[in-house]
Design a protein around this ligand. Structure first.
Ligand code: BES
Ligand code: MN
Ligand code: ZN
Length: 496
């Protein structure tokens, strides 16, 4: 999808389609009224006849409106003006995409200033529209044989704005395009099956990403190197797998070498069978998505690199499968993590924290200004929060608050759970420094408690994305979240 800016007047539009918003009841937007005049009241008459109420998402495509040079006018309903909000706006944009997909129009003009959205400026409206359309344009067709189907629908959207808003609008489009590109990468990696998307595959994709991007550098550690670093916890997860584990580091250097980097650590379990603590069979295929944290790290670095942001960011991705096997880790096994702390593995299905703890210790080597880990860590987060927000916990109030704000800013929401000390007791082990599970209660929090024991040296936040990284059911697939949130956070750090 291509986005451009234009400064033309509505009555002189001449392309394939002009999008005019109508709010309830039957009220034309400012641009709509001007177009109506040019068409000698054609639109107003049509509203009066009751053909377009203006309900949210309602659309009416009008070919060859008299008096207008444009080929079509698409009327789209926005609901009551007083009820316009972010979700309604998203629905409006999506219904534009749906209506145009069923038409012959490949390009269209849109007037973002016509929609009043409380607390959101023009740049937000443009960025959000571009992001929504970019996302709805995504297809995953790599695994189908034969030629990919030709895309119908909108290919180019012009935002019609005042000249004085051009600079803001331009960066809104650039940000949306970069975030879209990052989300597409994350979604592709997530959607690929585990027989293709192995740890080595992710490592190759990271290398690919860095090719041609001067500020990106990739380093891949193999199991021997991880052994030398004493990553006994991470290696206990890969022990049962024929696919070798990889520890992938992607460094983006956009600022002076002495500037401390933001470090992103993403869980990269390319398939989670549960190991010897084998998962039940139902929907186990969805455990190919257990590397979506890793995918979001690659996606975010792609966005940062496309925007050439003046900041340092490091991505750390521990990538492995979790498989049952003769050499697999068994419940009751005790391992020593890179930090020196010992772990009694009571459930091999709590593997995410086992790879993250060593990656988090490793992250300390970069002298980070903060570390954010992203992981499809617990089913319990879905019980607690559903699939709307990701869960967030951490050891630094300002960092958590900043992240929550970023989530609201870009509509990729997160919600905090309490990481209180009291919960730490649930991880007690009789025989080791800690157990890797904390019992049935508060599973998302005890998982974060486990991680907190490896993040004492820096500001840290943990995102549990088990409920938000992919969708199940009819539209099963990776969502690309939380690439928007992470990119927004980095953008805000740049502006600071
Ligand atoms: N990858 C899963 C978490 C998960 C489960 C995400 C279902 C999305 C849907 C993780 O490795 C896991 O298995 N967690 C266990 C932890 C438990 C053994 C303490 C879980 O959530 O059941
Ligand atoms: Mn698991
Ligand atoms: Zn897992």
């Amino acid at each position: 999808m291509e986005f451009i800016l234009k400064h033309t007047t509505p009555e002189t539009a001449r392309g394939a389609c002009q999008i005019i918003t109508v709010s309830q009841p039957r009220k034309l937007s400012a641009s709509g009224s001007r177009v109506d005049k040019a068409s000698k009241g054609f639109l107003a008459a049509l509203l009066k006849r009751g053909d377009m109420e203006g309900k949210t998402g309602q659309t009416l495509l009008l070919p060859a409106v008299p008096g207008l040079a444009v080929q079509r006018v698409l009327l789209v309903g926005c609901g009551k003006e007083s009820e316009m909000n972010e979700r309604v706006y998203t629905r409006v944009i999506n219904s534009i995409a749906t209506a145009l997909a069923a038409s012959g129009a490949r390009d269209a003009e849109f007037y973002p200033s016509d929609i009043r959205l409380k607390g959101r400026d023009l740049a937000w409206k443009i960025r959000h529209a571009a992001l929504t359309l970019g996302n709805s344009d995504y297809r995953f067709e790599q695994m189908k044989s034969g030629k990919p189907e030709k895309h119908k629908g909108l290919q180019k959207l012009a935002f019609i704005i005042a000249r004085s808003d051009a600079a803001k609008a331009r960066s809104a489009i650039d940000e949306a395009s970069a975030i879209s590109a990052g989300m597409s990468l994350a979604r592709d990696l997530g959607n690929l099956p585990a027989n293709v998307c192995t740890p080595s595959y992710i490592a190759r994709q990271a290398t690919q990403l860095a090719k041609g991007a001067k500020k990106l550098q990739v380093k891949v550690l193999d199991e021997a190197a991880m052994k030398r670093l004493k990553m006994g916890s991470l290696l206990s997860v890969s022990a049962g797998s024929r696919q070798p584990a990889k520890l992938i580091t992607i460094e983006y250097r956009g600022a002076a070498a002495k500037q401390q980097p933001i470090v992103l650590v993403g869980k990269g379990v390319t398939f989670d069978t549960g190991g010897i603590s084998l998962k039940p069979g139902a929907a186990m295929d969805e455990m190919k998505f257990d590397m979506c944290g890793a995918a979001s790290v690659l996606g975010t670095l792609k966005a940062v690199s496309q925007l050439q942001l003046p900041i340092n960011v490091v991505g750390v991705v521990p990538a492995t499968e979790n498989m049952p096997d003769g050499l697999a880790t068994k419940p009751g096994d005790i391992v020593t993590s890179m930090s020196g702390q010992t772990i009694e593995i009571l459930n091999t299905d709590a593997e995410g924290r086992l790879i993250l703890c060593d990656a988090l210790t490793y992250a300390g080597k970069f002298k980070p200004r903060c570390v954010i880990d992203i992981a499809t860590l617990t089913g319990a987060v879905i019980v607690a929060l559903g699939k709307i927000p990701s869960g967030v916990m951490g050891n630094n109030r300002a960092l958590i608050n900043d992240l929550i704000k970023c989530g609201e800013q870009i509509e990729d929401k997160i919600w905090e759970l309490p990481l209180w000390d009291e919960y730490q007791d649930q991880l007690k082990s009789k025989v080791a420094d800690m157990a890797n599970i904390g019992g049935r209660d508060a599973g998302t929090i005890t998982a974060a408690c486990f991680l907190s024991r490896f993040t004492r040296d820096y500001k840290w936040a943990h995102l549990d994305i088990a409920g938000t990284a992919w969708k199940s059911g009819d539209d099963k697939g990776a969502t690309g979240r939380p690439v928007p949130l992470l990119t927004q956070y980095i953008l805000n750090q740049v502006k600071k």
